[in-house]
Ligand binder design. Structure first.
Ligand code: ADP
Ligand code: MG
Length: 260
């Protein structure tokens, strides 16, 4: 005996329920019975009922897609722009960041580089921009530079590097966190060069966070000529944010201590 919250279903209700399930309409499957009851009690026009039913399905699909996109992005923490304190980071202008949050920069094939010392909100800001791009409907993937290099090196050893690049190309935005924190091997730097030029050639955006100013990138990427070529591509259409000052967490904890 099938039941759906509101007791036993008659034959017709079972047909409706089975159809919505087979059509994979989770929102409609959940809401058709309460909506029918509502329509009956209010003597609603069938058109009003149908619109409400379709909208409940649309809402549920949008929510599912959003959940799926957020999960596949692998953000370390669910940081958003609402919780970013722009007054603490005056060299990161709010209007510019809000413009990026519209995700237009992805269509313009632009990239973003966040430069600054640890704790100054680079990961927070880049994740928040990523979350905004997801809300605008784009696929986003967050990774550390080290994890990406390891992924690509493993693919290269398996002779599947081309496939790995294709996999990464599915994302409209890749956020590469922490360039320069951990030294890269020469091979690691080599595949990173390939990755970044592959994205550039395909008009795909990147957000890179780093503690190193551009002049020091050779220190982790080893090859000065390759680094120059990479910077040339990366900075061609690029928004650069210079995060400054002391660690935000450190400053916040000092403020709290000062209050005690
Ligand atoms: P970074 O990546 O530059 O090392 P994080 O983004 O990890 O720094 O920031 C460290 C912590 O401080 C995080 O919890 C982050 O949310 C918080 N934080 C840093 N800057 C800000 C800011 N301007 N507004 C709000 N929180 C911030
Ligand atoms: Mg960080």
């Amino acid at each position: 005996p099938a039941s759906c919250g509101g007791g036993r279903m008659n034959t017709n209700e079972m047909r409706i329920d089975a159809a919505f399930k087979e059509l994979k309409m989770p929102g409609a499957t959940r809401s058709w019975r309460p909506l029918i009851r509502d329509a009956q009690t209010k003597g609603q026009d069938p058109g009003v009922f149908l619109a409400a039913l379709l909208e409940s399905e649309l809402i549920s699909r949008r929510e599912n897609r959003l959940r799926m996109l957020l999960a596949e992005a692998h953000f370390p923490e669910a940081k958003t722009l609402d919780t970013f304190d722009f007054t603490a980071q005056p060299s990161v202008p709010k209007t510019k960041v809000l413009a990026l949050a519209s995700a237009d920069f992805l269509k313009q094939r632009e990239s973003v580089v966040c430069i600054g010392p640890p704790g100054t909100g680079k990961t927070h800001l880049s994740s928040a921009i990523g979350v905004s791009c997801i809300h605008a409907g784009f696929r986003v993937r967050f990774t550390t530079v080290t994890a990406l290099a390891n992924d690509l090196l493993a693919a290269r050893d398996n002779h599947t590097l081309t496939r790995a690049f294709r996999k990464w190309q599915r994302y409209s935005l890749v956020i590469l966190d922490e360039l320069g924190f951990v030294p890269l091997s020469r091979d690691g730097a080599q595949v990173l060069f390939q990755f970044i030029s592959d994205r550039y050639d395909n008009g795909k955006s990147l957000v890179i966070t780093t503690n190193l100013e551009f002049s020091k990138w050779t220190e982790v990427l080893h090859d000065p000529q390759m680094t120059a070529a990479l910077l040339d591509r990366l900075t061609h259409r690029c928004h650069i944010f210079e995060h400054k000052g002391e660690s935000y967490r450190f400053r916040e904890s000092m403020k709290k201590k000062g209050r005690n």
